[in-house]
Design a protein around this ligand. Sequence first.
Ligand SMILES: CC(=O)[C@@H](O)[C@H](O)COP(=O)(O)O
Ligand SMILES: NCC(=O)COP(=O)(O)O
Length: 239
Amino acid sequence: MTKLSVNINKIATLRNSRGGNNPDLIKVALDAERFGAEGITVHPRPDERHIRYQDVFDLKKVIQTEFNIEGNPKEQKFVELVLANKPAQVTLVPDTEGQLTSNHGWDTIKHQSYLKDIIAVFKAEGIRVSIFVDPSEEMVEAAQSTGTDRIELYTEAYASGFHEDKERAIKPYIKAAKLAEKLGLGINAGHDLDLHNLQYFSQNIPGLLEVSIGHALICDSLYFGLENTIQMYLRQKNG
Ligand SMILES: CC(=O)[C@@H](O)[C@H](O)COP(=O)(O)O
Ligand SMILES: NCC(=O)COP(=O)(O)O
């Protein structure tokens, strides 16, 4: 069964906007788990615009479901943060500092040697590794030889094409997922998944192990409440 990992970056965005501790990130993470979240995802960025490095230490002490930390390992502070907290999973994302949000996957051919080395560092500590990739069979093929446990399919292109032509939008993801399965790679997915596009994605992607969803879910919770929203996403995912 595909797991829903709730990304709480945007809770931290709201908290940081006033300098205090409201909303309380730790409380939201624990409530999200109580409401049915099957994992918690955070993406501490170098500018700490939302998730702070200290948040990761605080969350690690209390999270009961799978903890997934995302980030770019070219940032040494990120590597040290992950090794110090040993989450269930680290998701390597090739974001640079100035990006508004994640907007591309790894070039697993060009960065093959680098990825091989850094993935080995995390795996030696028993941390499962996932790498963020575009839905490209070439990139998935090359991902296998990096030694990664999983890939995370970057789903922005699916989300942006969904309303116009969902069959067309999902096609590259089905191909990439079938190849990943054949190569023995675990399959995660995320970015811009929401209440409208999640069910079709999870119904059509073979071997999907985890979806990580943040922005749309937190926005939806403003209208439906966090507990109801998490239940709605779980129903869509399992539908
Ligand atoms: C890797 C990815 O697509 C998202 O998990 C990312 O964490 C979103 O980052 P922001 O929440 O900073 O937009
Ligand atoms: N890896 C994707 C993630 O954690 C959340 O992405 P989004 O739902 O905030 O776009």
